[in-house]
Design a protein around this ligand. Structure first.
Ligand SMILES: CC(=O)SCCNC(=O)CCNC(=O)[C@H](O)C(C)(C)COP(=O)(O)OP(=O)(O)OC[C@H]1O[C@@H](n2cnc3c(N)ncnc32)[C@H](O)[C@@H]1OP(=O)(O)O
Length: 409
């Protein structure tokens, strides 16, 4: 079997092969319509060829930026379009493509790769760990009232103050660049968020509200008139479904949530992509009104260069930790000393006694701060070498804001 890089000329055969692997057909193009594959970067794609030259496997990568704890914005390869034809499965085609792709990414100086997994059983063996989760919240319309905020200033006024901004409901086609601009500001301050490169918006690739679809968009503007949030939604059979609320601060989010929760002539509101632990549930007057209708892993992370990746993110607590890291897919085993001072980390190879022994995929799960080391110790996946190791690691990996990602790719 041969694995070869592709060019723009391979787009049709690539798209055809990946659809066949998923048991689907590419939709018939509609004039002016966007397709998810129009954002593919064909100079980063791979085709696996059978002995007779027929394509049997696909894999590709997008050039994203990822926001890390501490608001560092770094490059990350977004692995995508992985598929092997049913006729050639379980013969090592995916493993060969992963090996090829990892070598290319590392050779090109990348230190992080991320993906969304179609099945949670596929990617751990290649060093990826689930690093963020996302939830859907469903709220019946008749229980959707928001509670008045209880915090007060010393003078007795509401501490949050009244929202000085405004909300306007537009059609998706009337939004111009607003969504792209607001998303870009939001993602730079949200750990775990990915960039949405300009080509995604111009080619209208992905899911709504990037892809064209009949949508209403509630746009929130700050007091100075500058858009600082939006909620994209559609109503069908009495259910108002919010694709995403993107807001650069809590006041804008609350105003947009209030707008969709107060919609007339709907029986329920479904918020897709609410970060676990988001204050929205606490804002409802009826604490039981919101039901978690979905709770799923989203972004999976693989560290391609452990010292660079650990030094790139911000840290809240000073300390030292020795990590014994196993990367079975690449046959690597290294021990690192992580030293954090004033929010920055230095990571070097060491022969000191380890505090933790862990698989690279588990380090991927800890990396963005979405999972505490003690959780994976208690689950039996990470070995703590002494009783103080778990609290020490928890304190070090803790972040000021939980990671969240909602970009589909
Ligand atoms: C980021 C993304 O694009 S996610 C999309 C992934 N693609 C899909 O889900 C499309 C449908 N599925 C497929 O195309 C294929 O089944 C793939 C790509 C998931 C796997 O391709 P294959 O060539 O069969 O994988 P390969 O033979 O290299 O398997 C390697 C190992 O992973 C295991 N494995 C592969 N697929 C799966 C799976 N779906 N569930 C559990 N284990 C799996 C194999 O059993 C094998 O294990 P082993 O090393 O212990 O023997």
């Amino acid at each position: 079997m041969e694995i070869r890089p592709t060019t723009d000329e391979d787009l049709d055969v690539f798209v055809d092969t990946v659809h066949a692997a998923f048991g689907r057909f590419p939709e018939t193009p509609v004039a002016g319509d966007g397709h998810w594959w129009s954002a593919l970067e064909m100079d980063r794609a791979l085709l696996a060829l059978a002995a007779d030259g027929r394509p049997v496997g696909t894999a590709s990568a997008y050039s994203f930026e990822l926001t890390l704890p501490g608001r560092a914005v770094v490059p990350a390869a977004g692995v995508t379009s992985v598929g092997v034809l049913p006729s050639h499965r379980r013969q090592g085609v995916l493993s060969a493509m992963m090996r090829h792709q990892l070598a290319e990414l590392r050779g090109g100086g990348e230190f992080l790769s991320v993906l969304l997994a179609s099945e949670a059983t596929i990617y751990r063996r290649f060093g990826y760990g689930p690093a963020t989760r996302t939830t859907h919240l469903t709220v019946p319309r008749h229980r959707a009232a928001l509670a008045a905020p209880r915090a007060r200033t010393e003078a007795g006024a509401p501490a949050a103050g009244a929202d000085p901004g405004s909300v306007e409901v537009l059609r998706r086609a009337e939004c111009g660049e607003i969504l792209e601009e607001v998303y870009d500001r939001y993602r730079r301050s949200q750990p775990g968020a990915l960039s949405r490169p300009h080509r995604w918006w111009t080619r209208r690739a992905g899911k709504p509200p990037i892809a064209p679809a009949p949508r209403h968009v509630a746009v929130h503007r700050a007091a100075d008139g500058v858009p600082d949030g939006y909620a994209s939604y559609a109503i069908e059979s009495g259910t108002l479904t919010v694709d995403e609320i993107i807001a650069t601060d809590d006041a804008a989010f609350t105003a947009l949530a209030r707008c969709v929760l107060g919609h007339d002539l709907v029986s329920e509101i479904v918020f897709q992509h609410v970060p676990p632990g988001h204050p929205l549930r606490w804002q409802l007057a009826d604490f039981r009104a919101a039901r978690v209708s979905e709770d799923t892993d989203w972004l999976w992370v693989r560290l391609l260069d452990v010292p660079r990746a650990l030094a790139a993110r911000g840290w809240c607590t000073d300390g030292e930790l020795v990590l014994d890291v196993d990367d079975p897919f690449l046959g690597a085993h290294d021990r690192y000393l992580l030293t954090v001072r004033d929010g920055k980390a230095d990571c070097t190879v060491t022969d000191r006694e380890p505090d933790l022994s862990l698989d690279l995929s588990d380090l991927g799960s800890l990396y963005l701060g979405g999972t505490a080391p003690s959780t994976l110790i208690r689950a039996g996946h990470i070995r703590a070498h002494h009783p103080g190791a778990a609290p020490l690691a928890d304190a070090l990996f803790r972040t000021d804001r939980p990671p969240h990602c909602l970009h589909w790719f």
